[in-house]
Ligand binder design. Structure first.
Ligand SMILES: *Cc1c(COP(=O)(O)O)cnc(C)c1O
Length: 381
């Protein structure tokens, strides 16, 4: 097999997406909240053990809804890691909130739960744990802090669908949670997301905010005889074509996850020798956390080494990527956020992290990626 260009990501499609889209078309119901949206909601509620699930057009939208539901007012503080995607912070900044960045743990790269308490002030409203790479944050400790200080917990589980923490689905543990169905995630609809409501207090208002601030949901259920503007809101729901696509993916969620876990495990097994040789560090999955094979990353010894390895891999047609520019060091992060304590792990690890291609169908190309990585870390080739 001639391997000359291995992409970082390749969206997997089950083959039934177009069938369901044709069905949505035949049903003649193309706006949101039709049959496919309802199937997706029911699947999420039953499968993830959440009180209410609402599809959104992105995880970003779900986070924005969560910020409105949390009643974030100008100056309110929200504690989160700096090592995350911009939407985690932006959703709260859009309400006038102030992201307060704390450091991550050296093992999982998740928010360091031991650094949260010292970041709490009179203005703190919420904690936003981000389950990086689909590996759970230390939720027992985080929920305990939230209870003691009466804070809300909004899980950014964008990467965490089908993962669990002590048997509970990610996104089902905090007061609210969010998923992403962006094409780079495990279960996809191009763009897409969901808001998960675990605290019943937020359920009714969530429906209203998602429907432009109207009580249209109650109207369609026959609970009221006309609908009207009752709250702030926006249009956060996806159309049925997106939900139809997503339903095909949800039906196969188990096998999609298992296949990713197999690829993840192969990297993990083979790269053990490079870790033993002191050339890189592999991901750590704490006991009690079942992950979903969302991402395989390695930590190289330095930024210089990473740059060198990327150049080598690209030369041989392998396209690894890295992310994120930590939010506290980004222009908008400096303008809108605040840092609590030193973010040593964030600064250090973000410079050394390299993500390897992980997608269904990688097959033999995975052996090639591994051997090229071996050559690159040893400075060969
Ligand atoms: C992908 C991602 C998002 C954004 O998801 P969209 O569906 O693209 O809006 C937010 N947070 C994290 C941690 C992500 O990985």
């Amino acid at each position: 097999m001639l391997i000359n260009n291995i992409p970082f990501n390749k969206p997997y499609m089950t083959g039934r997406e177009l069938t369901y889209i044709a069905q949505a078309h035949a049903n003649g119901h193309l706006a949101g909240d039709g049959m496919f949206t309802k199937k997706c909601h029911a699947w999420l509620e039953a499968g993830m053990g959440v009180y209410k699930a609402l599809l959104t057009h992105s995880c970003t939208a779900a986070l924005e809804m969560a910020a409105i539901l949390a009643d974030i007012q100008p100056g309110d503080e929200v504690i989160m890691p700096s090592y995350t995607f911009v939407s985690t912070a932006n959703a709260f900044v859009m309400r006038g909130g102030v992201p307060v960045f704390v450091d991550i743990r050296p093992d999982t790269l998740n928010i360091d739960e031991t650094k949260i308490e010292e970041a709490i002030t009179q203005r703190t409203k919420a904690i936003v744990p981000v389950h990086y790479a689909g590996v759970a944050c230390e939720m027992d400790a985080i929920m305990d802090i939230a209870r003691r200080y009466e804070l809300l917990v909004i899980e950014d589980a964008a990467q965490g669908i089908m993962s669990t923490y002590k048997g509970k689905s990610l996104g089902s543990i905090g007061h609210m949670g969010t998923y992403s169905f962006h094409e780079t995630k495990n279960i996809i609809s191009g763009e897409g997301g969901a808001l998960l409501i675990n605290d019943k207090r937020f359920a009714e208002r969530a429906e209203i905010i998602r429907e432009k601030g109207t009580n249209r949901g109650q109207f369609f259920r026959g609970q009221i005889d006309k609908y009207t503007w009752v709250d702030v809101g926006s249009s956060y729901l996806p159309g049925e074509v997106i939900a139809a696509f997503l339903w095909a993916q949800m039906e196969e969620a188990q096998s999609i996850t298992q296949k990713r876990l197999d690829i993840w495990q192969k990297y993990h097994d083979v790269l053990a020798s490079l870790e033993n040789a002191g050339k890189l560090r592999r991901p750590v999955v704490p006991s009690g956390c079942q992950h979903n094979g969302h991402m395989y990353y390695v930590l190289l010894e330095s930024l210089e080494k990473r740059t060198e390895v990327i150049i080598q891999l690209k030369k041989h047609g392998v396209n690894p990527v890295f992310h994120y520019v930590p939010l506290h060091s980004a222009p908008a992060g400096k303008k809108y956020g605040r840092t609590n304590g030193e973010l040593r792990c964030t600064d250090n690890l973000s410079k050394r992290l390299l993500r390897l291609p992980l997608w269904r169908g990688l097959d033999e190309a995975q052996d090639f990626v591994i051997s090229e990585l071996q050559n690159a870390v040893f400075g060969l080739g």
